[in-house]
Design a protein around this ligand. Structure first.
Ligand code: AMP
Length: 213
Protein backbone atom coordinates (compact mmCIF):
# COMPACT_ATOMS: atom_id res chain seq x y z
CA UNK A 1 0.00 0.00 0.00
CA UNK A 2 1.36 3.41 -1.00
CA UNK A 3 0.02 6.29 1.04
CA UNK A 4 0.60 10.03 0.91
CA UNK A 5 -0.12 12.24 3.90
CA UNK A 6 -1.34 15.74 3.08
CA UNK A 7 -2.11 18.62 5.40
CA UNK A 8 -0.70 21.91 6.62
CA UNK A 9 2.49 21.92 8.66
CA UNK A 10 1.45 21.06 12.21
CA UNK A 11 -1.78 19.32 11.19
CA UNK A 12 -0.48 16.15 12.82
CA UNK A 13 0.23 14.27 9.63
CA UNK A 14 3.67 13.19 10.87
CA UNK A 15 2.18 11.64 14.02
CA UNK A 16 -0.51 9.87 11.98
CA UNK A 17 2.05 8.74 9.40
CA UNK A 18 4.09 7.07 12.13
CA UNK A 19 0.97 5.39 13.56
CA UNK A 20 -0.01 4.08 10.11
CA UNK A 21 3.53 2.86 9.48
CA UNK A 22 3.51 0.90 12.74
CA UNK A 23 0.01 -0.53 12.32
CA UNK A 24 0.43 -1.61 8.70
CA UNK A 25 4.14 -2.50 8.79
CA UNK A 26 5.14 0.12 6.23
CA UNK A 27 8.25 2.33 6.20
CA UNK A 28 7.60 5.94 7.23
CA UNK A 29 9.33 8.18 4.69
CA UNK A 30 9.64 11.81 5.75
CA UNK A 31 11.61 14.19 3.52
CA UNK A 32 11.80 16.61 6.47
CA UNK A 33 13.45 13.88 8.60
CA UNK A 34 15.88 13.07 5.79
CA UNK A 35 16.85 16.74 5.50
CA UNK A 36 17.22 17.09 9.28
CA UNK A 37 19.42 13.98 9.46
CA UNK A 38 21.62 15.50 6.76
CA UNK A 39 21.81 18.82 8.61
CA UNK A 40 22.81 17.00 11.77
CA UNK A 41 25.52 15.09 9.94
CA UNK A 42 26.77 18.27 8.26
CA UNK A 43 26.41 16.94 4.71
CA UNK A 44 26.40 19.15 1.62
CA UNK A 45 22.72 18.27 1.06
CA UNK A 46 21.94 19.25 4.66
CA UNK A 47 23.67 22.62 4.35
CA UNK A 48 21.82 23.38 1.14
CA UNK A 49 18.41 22.35 2.58
CA UNK A 50 18.92 24.29 5.83
CA UNK A 51 19.07 27.61 3.95
CA UNK A 52 15.45 27.12 2.90
CA UNK A 53 14.10 25.29 5.93
CA UNK A 54 15.16 27.96 8.41
CA UNK A 55 13.09 30.52 6.48
CA UNK A 56 10.03 28.27 6.23
CA UNK A 57 10.56 27.92 2.48
CA UNK A 58 10.45 24.73 0.47
CA UNK A 59 13.68 23.06 -0.54
CA UNK A 60 13.90 23.19 -4.38
CA UNK A 61 12.04 20.41 -6.18
CA UNK A 62 15.10 19.10 -7.97
CA UNK A 63 16.96 18.35 -4.75
CA UNK A 64 13.88 17.02 -2.93
CA UNK A 65 12.76 14.74 -5.72
CA UNK A 66 16.23 13.23 -6.01
CA UNK A 67 16.40 12.23 -2.34
CA UNK A 68 12.82 10.95 -2.32
CA UNK A 69 13.18 8.73 -5.40
CA UNK A 70 16.43 7.39 -3.99
CA UNK A 71 14.71 6.55 -0.68
CA UNK A 72 11.65 4.81 -2.18
CA UNK A 73 13.82 2.71 -4.46
CA UNK A 74 15.35 1.00 -1.42
CA UNK A 75 14.34 -2.60 -0.68
CA UNK A 76 12.17 -1.86 2.38
CA UNK A 77 9.85 0.28 0.22
CA UNK A 78 9.12 -2.48 -2.31
CA UNK A 79 5.70 -3.30 -0.82
CA UNK A 80 4.67 0.24 -0.05
CA UNK A 81 5.30 3.20 2.21
CA UNK A 82 3.77 6.17 3.97
CA UNK A 83 5.03 9.45 2.53
CA UNK A 84 5.04 12.26 5.07
CA UNK A 85 5.84 15.73 3.72
CA UNK A 86 6.19 14.66 0.10
CA UNK A 87 4.93 15.71 -2.39
CA UNK A 88 4.57 19.36 -1.46
CA UNK A 89 4.26 20.81 -4.96
CA UNK A 90 2.51 19.78 -8.17
CA UNK A 91 5.84 19.15 -9.99
CA UNK A 92 6.90 16.81 -7.13
CA UNK A 93 3.58 14.94 -7.43
CA UNK A 94 4.04 14.63 -11.18
CA UNK A 95 7.56 13.24 -10.87
CA UNK A 96 6.36 10.68 -8.32
CA UNK A 97 3.44 9.69 -10.53
CA UNK A 98 5.71 9.27 -13.51
CA UNK A 99 8.18 7.14 -11.54
CA UNK A 100 5.33 4.92 -10.29
CA UNK A 101 3.76 4.69 -13.77
CA UNK A 102 7.01 3.30 -15.09
CA UNK A 103 6.68 0.49 -12.54
CA UNK A 104 2.99 -0.03 -13.45
CA UNK A 105 2.14 1.26 -10.00
CA UNK A 106 0.20 4.11 -8.39
CA UNK A 107 -0.59 5.84 -5.10
CA UNK A 108 -3.45 4.09 -3.28
CA UNK A 109 -4.51 6.87 -0.91
CA UNK A 110 -3.74 10.54 -0.32
CA UNK A 111 -5.00 11.31 3.17
CA UNK A 112 -5.63 14.96 3.94
CA UNK A 113 -5.43 15.74 7.66
CA UNK A 114 -7.57 18.86 7.68
CA UNK A 115 -6.97 21.56 10.32
CA UNK A 116 -7.80 25.31 10.08
CA UNK A 117 -4.90 27.80 10.18
CA UNK A 118 -5.82 29.28 13.56
CA UNK A 119 -5.51 25.85 15.25
CA UNK A 120 -2.18 25.29 13.49
CA UNK A 121 -0.50 28.40 14.87
CA UNK A 122 -1.55 27.47 18.40
CA UNK A 123 -0.33 23.92 18.01
CA UNK A 124 3.06 24.62 16.49
CA UNK A 125 4.25 26.86 19.29
CA UNK A 126 3.74 23.90 21.67
CA UNK A 127 5.60 21.43 19.51
CA UNK A 128 8.90 20.01 20.72
CA UNK A 129 11.25 17.81 18.76
CA UNK A 130 14.16 15.53 19.46
CA UNK A 131 16.90 16.34 16.96
CA UNK A 132 18.71 13.12 17.82
CA UNK A 133 16.04 10.50 17.02
CA UNK A 134 13.30 12.53 15.29
CA UNK A 135 10.57 11.91 17.90
CA UNK A 136 8.05 14.75 18.24
CA UNK A 137 5.95 15.87 21.21
CA UNK A 138 3.49 18.58 22.19
CA UNK A 139 3.69 20.26 25.57
CA UNK A 140 -0.10 19.92 26.04
CA UNK A 141 -1.27 17.04 23.88
CA UNK A 142 1.66 14.60 23.71
CA UNK A 143 3.99 15.59 26.56
CA UNK A 144 7.17 13.60 27.16
CA UNK A 145 7.27 11.65 30.43
CA UNK A 146 9.98 13.99 31.72
CA UNK A 147 9.68 17.65 30.74
CA UNK A 148 12.12 18.69 28.01
CA UNK A 149 13.59 15.18 27.62
CA UNK A 150 12.97 12.68 24.80
CA UNK A 151 11.20 9.48 25.98
CA UNK A 152 12.90 7.46 23.26
CA UNK A 153 16.57 8.43 23.53
CA UNK A 154 16.90 10.79 26.50
CA UNK A 155 18.14 13.78 24.48
CA UNK A 156 17.06 17.36 25.15
CA UNK A 157 13.89 18.48 23.33
CA UNK A 158 13.83 21.73 21.36
CA UNK A 159 11.42 24.06 19.55
CA UNK A 160 12.61 23.57 15.98
CA UNK A 161 13.68 26.76 14.16
CA UNK A 162 11.03 26.05 11.56
CA UNK A 163 8.31 25.79 14.27
CA UNK A 164 8.91 29.34 15.54
CA UNK A 165 5.93 31.74 15.11
CA UNK A 166 7.30 33.85 12.23
CA UNK A 167 8.47 30.79 10.34
CA UNK A 168 5.13 29.06 10.91
CA UNK A 169 3.33 31.98 9.24
CA UNK A 170 5.64 31.67 6.24
CA UNK A 171 5.13 27.93 6.13
CA UNK A 172 1.35 28.33 6.13
CA UNK A 173 1.56 30.82 3.27
CA UNK A 174 3.81 28.46 1.35
CA UNK A 175 1.40 25.61 2.14
CA UNK A 176 -1.65 27.41 0.75
CA UNK A 177 0.17 28.54 -2.37
CA UNK A 178 2.24 25.50 -3.26
CA UNK A 179 0.88 22.44 -1.46
CA UNK A 180 -2.89 22.91 -1.25
CA UNK A 181 -3.29 22.48 -5.05
CA UNK A 182 -2.37 18.83 -4.40
CA UNK A 183 -5.80 18.36 -2.82
CA UNK A 184 -7.38 18.94 -6.25
CA UNK A 185 -4.66 16.90 -7.96
CA UNK A 186 -5.39 13.80 -5.87
CA UNK A 187 -9.16 14.39 -5.89
CA UNK A 188 -9.01 14.16 -9.67
CA UNK A 189 -7.06 10.90 -9.37
CA UNK A 190 -9.86 9.56 -7.15
CA UNK A 191 -7.54 8.75 -4.21
CA UNK A 192 -8.10 11.71 -1.88
CA UNK A 193 -9.62 11.00 1.54
CA UNK A 194 -10.13 13.75 4.12
CA UNK A 195 -10.05 13.29 7.89
CA UNK A 196 -10.85 15.92 10.55
CA UNK A 197 -7.46 16.69 12.08
CA UNK A 198 -8.93 18.77 14.91
CA UNK A 199 -10.12 15.58 16.65
CA UNK A 200 -7.97 13.89 19.30
CA UNK A 201 -5.03 11.96 17.83
CA UNK A 202 -6.55 8.50 18.43
CA UNK A 203 -9.84 9.46 16.82
CA UNK A 204 -8.04 10.79 13.75
CA UNK A 205 -6.23 7.48 13.56
CA UNK A 206 -9.48 5.49 13.85
CA UNK A 207 -10.88 7.51 10.93
CA UNK A 208 -7.77 6.68 8.90
CA UNK A 209 -8.02 2.98 9.76
CA UNK A 210 -11.58 2.93 8.47
CA UNK A 211 -10.30 4.25 5.15
CA UNK A 212 -7.38 1.83 4.88
CA UNK A 213 -9.00 -1.40 6.20
P1 AMP B 1 8.50 18.76 7.67
O1 AMP B 1 9.27 18.08 8.73
O2 AMP B 1 7.83 17.81 6.72
O3 AMP B 1 7.55 19.79 8.20
O4 AMP B 1 9.57 19.57 6.76
C1 AMP B 1 10.39 20.59 7.30
C2 AMP B 1 10.95 21.46 6.18
O5 AMP B 1 11.72 20.64 5.27
C3 AMP B 1 9.91 22.13 5.30
O6 AMP B 1 9.43 23.34 5.86
C4 AMP B 1 10.70 22.36 4.02
O7 AMP B 1 11.61 23.45 4.16
C5 AMP B 1 11.55 21.09 3.94
N1 AMP B 1 10.85 20.03 3.18
C6 AMP B 1 10.38 18.84 3.63
N2 AMP B 1 9.78 18.14 2.67
C7 AMP B 1 9.84 18.91 1.56
C8 AMP B 1 9.36 18.76 0.23
N3 AMP B 1 8.67 17.67 -0.17
N4 AMP B 1 9.61 19.76 -0.66
C9 AMP B 1 10.30 20.86 -0.30
N5 AMP B 1 10.74 21.08 0.95
C10 AMP B 1 10.53 20.12 1.87
Amino acid sequence: MKIIMLGAPGAGKGTQAKMIAKEYGLPHVSTGDIFRANIKNGTQLGMEAKKYMDQGLLVPDELTVRILLDRVSQADCANGYVLDGFPRTIPQAEVLEEALNKLGDRIDYAIDVDVPDENIIKRMSGRRACLTCGATYHIEHIPPKKEGICDVCGSKLVLRDDDKAETVKNRLEVYHKQTQPLIDFYTRKGVLRTVDGTLPMDEVFQAIRKILD
